[in-house]
Design a protein around this ligand. Structure first.
Ligand code: CA
Length: 229
C-alpha cells in the first residue's frame, strides 16, 4: 500500500445506514484504525483509489450498486481484503466463493466488537508490503525480485507477481481466475492452462532453491494454495 506500514491501518466502511456506519467507525477508531465512510456504492471505487484502504468493510445492500459487483470490482483492481456485511445468511457461500471472492463475512445484526475482532483477524492474514512473508522468503517489491534462504530466485515478471500474490496471503485458496486478475491487466487473453504452467514453473524454482514439500498445493476443482513453511 502507499502509506507507511507503521501508520495505523485504514478501514473503508461502505454502509448506507448512517447510524450503523457511525457506530462502526467509532469502534474501529477506538481500536486504533483510521476510517473513512462511504454511503453510496457509486463512490466506492473512487474513494478506494484515492485513499488506499488496507481493508474494505462492504455492505451487501447498497443504493447505486450491488455489493457483490463492488467486491468483484475491488478484486479485479487489487488484493485488498474485503469483509462483506450481509443480512442474508443464505448468501454467505456465494460471497466467500470464487465467484465473488470476499475474504470473510459478518451477518447483520452484529456487535461492533465482533466486527473489530474480525477486521483484526483478516488483516493479520494479509501482509501487505511485507518484506518477509513465509519463513525464508524475501520479497523485494521495488526490485521486482524475490529470494529464498538468501538466494535470489530467477523469476520471470509474471512468476514474481504470482509469488508476491500467493505469499501475501499464506494458506489462502486462490482460484485460477483470481490469480489471473493479479497477473495480467487483460486476463481474457489468458487461459487456465497458462496459470497452471506459471504455477508449475514457480513451484519448480522454489524447489530448486531449497523449499521443502509442496510449496503451491493444487486444490482439486478450485485452484491453488501457498503452503511454504
Ligand atoms: Ca444497506
Amino acid at each position: 500500500m502507499n502509506h507507511p506500514s507503521g501508520s495505523s491501518k485504514r478501514i473503508l466502511v461502505v454502509e448506507d445506514e448512517p447510524r450503523l456506519a457511525a457506530v462502526l467507525c467509532d469502534y474501529l477508531k477506538a481500536a486504533g484504525y483510521e476510517t473513512e465512510r462511504v454511503a453510496d456504492g457509486l463512490q466506492v471505487m473512487e474513494t478506494f483509489h484515492r485513499w488506499h484502504p488496507d481493508l474494505v468493510l462492504l455492505d451487501l445492500m447498497l443504493p447505486g450498486v450491488d455489493g457483490v459487483d463492488l467486491c468483484r470490482a475491488l478484486r479485479t483492481d487489487s488484493d485488498v481484503p474485503v469483509i462483506m456485511v450481509t443480512a442474508r445468511v443464505t448468501e454467505v457461500d456465494r460471497l466467500l466463493g470464487l465467484e465473488v471472492g470476499a475474504d470473510d463475512y459478518i451477518c447483520k445484526p452484529f456487535s461492533p466488537r465482533e466486527v473489530v475482532a474480525r477486521v483484526g483477524t483478516v488483516l493479520r492474514r494479509y501482509r501487505h508490503g511485507a518484506v518477509t512473508a513465509p519463513k525464508g522468503l524475501q520479497i523485494d517489491e521495488d526490485g521486482c525480485r524475490a529470494a529464498l534462504h538468501g538466494r535470489w530466485l530467477d523469476l520471470t515478471p509474471v512468476e514474481f507477481r504470482l509469488l508476491r500474490t500467493l505469499a501475501g496471503a499464506p494458506g489462502r485458496v486462490w482460484s485460477r481466475d483470481q490469480l489471473m486478475n493479479h497477473l495480467y491487466t487483460d486476463h481474457r487473453i489468458v487461459t487456465d492452462r497458462t496459470v497452471d504452467s506459471h504455477v508449475k514453473n514457480l513451484r519448480r524454482k522454489l524447489g530448486e532453491a531449497g523449499a521443502e514439500g509442496d510449496t503451491i498445493a493444487s486444490i482439486y476443482g478450485v485452484g491453488y494454495r501457498f503452503d511454504l513453511e
